[in-house]
Write a protein that binds this ligand. Structure first.
Ligand SMILES: *[C@@H]1O[C@H](CO)[C@@H](O)[C@H](O)[C@H]1NC(C)=O
Ligand SMILES: *[C@@H]1O[C@H](CO)[C@@H](O)[C@H](O)[C@H]1NC(C)=O
Length: 263
């Protein structure tokens, strides 16, 4: 009797463990092997009308950082929201803050200091990367400087203009010279259907997981949005809508007094 029950115990145990595993799958950490840096053209954002002056002052009159996503080419998916207890701390970035105000500002309305946007991006994507918070933000700044889009375009005769449009092919050729096969170009359509214009909105750059260099994108762009002539309207930050703050009451993040403690 004892021998019989013993020989039955092991298969039962295996079955029990299998059922447990089905109910509580082992939490696997996704293998992020690519970063996807998105730079946006503020001239196109401005055309869409929903654009406000950041409370921290004028952004750069250049491509601005939109976000930096984490991608797993094993599954072919972006990896998001890796840890619900994710924390963001502005104090880890004091050496980057001036550049972040210029190149990663949030032009959405109402006017804001960009902090919420940084926090969301860090906790949605950055926390899934293998980078520290500081290096994650610095990677976006480094890549945008390395991409040097406005100058690279200018060298290739592509300048923001309300009177000249460009062919997608020429935009891609200019990008190819500096960034190889690491870019995806995105546009938006504006205006009524009989007067549709295609505006350049974003340049996405595939970057190695350590954030150091652009790499050929391992996937194609899902939808081609830049059909026909592509417009790159000029951007002037002094046209941004100022919100009604009393003069001089800037909203710089005061890191010394930790006005915004770790969030
Ligand atoms: C993500 O957040 C968790 C919880 O705060 C933390 O333990 C982990 O180190 C973070 N990951 C990265 C890459 O910073
Ligand atoms: C960003 O660039 C600076 C200067 O070249 C370099 O020292 C730093 O390590 C880079 N940061 C990252 C995260 O790659």
């Amino acid at each position: 009797m004892a021998a019989k029950s013993r020989s039955e115990t092991i298969p039962m145990l295996v079955l029990f463990i299998s059922i447990l595993c089905l109910y509580f799958p082992v939490k696997t950490t996704a293998a992020v092997d690519l970063l996807y840096v998105t730079l946006k053209w503020p001239g196109t954002l401005y055309e869409s009308g929903q654009c406000c002056m950041p409370t921290t002052g004028s952004p750069a009159e250049d491509f601005l950082i939109d976000d930096i996503k984490t991608y797993d080419s094993g599954t072919g998916q972006f990896v998001k929201n890796c840890d619900p207890s994710c924390r963001f701390s502005i104090n880890k970035m004091h050496d980057l803050i001036t550049d972040l105000y210029s190149y990663w500002s949030d032009l959405s309305c109402p006017c804001n200091n960009g902090l919420q946007n940084w926090k969301n991006t860090w906790c949605t994507y950055g926390n899934c990367s293998s980078l520290s918070q500081h290096d994650y933000f610095q990677t976006a700044l480094n890549i945008s400087r390395r991409a040097n889009l406005l100058e690279v375009f200018e060298v290739n005769g592509i300048v923001p203009s309300t009177s000249t449009s460009y062919k997608l092919r020429n935009i891609q050729t200019a990008l190819m010279a500096n960034l190889g096969l690491s870019t995806h170009v995105e546009c938006v359509q504006r205006g009524p259907f009989w007067r549709r214009t295609t505006l350049l909105s974003k340049i996405n750059i595939c970057v190695s997981a350590n954030g150091k260099y652009p790499i050929g994108c391992p996937f194609d762009q899902k939808v081609v949005t830049c059909n026909g002539d592509v417009w790159i309207y000029p951007f002037a930050s002094n046209k941004l809508k100022e919100c009604c703050w009393p003069a001089g009451s800037g909203d710089h993040i005061d890191m010394v007094t930790e006005k915004y403690p770790a969030m």
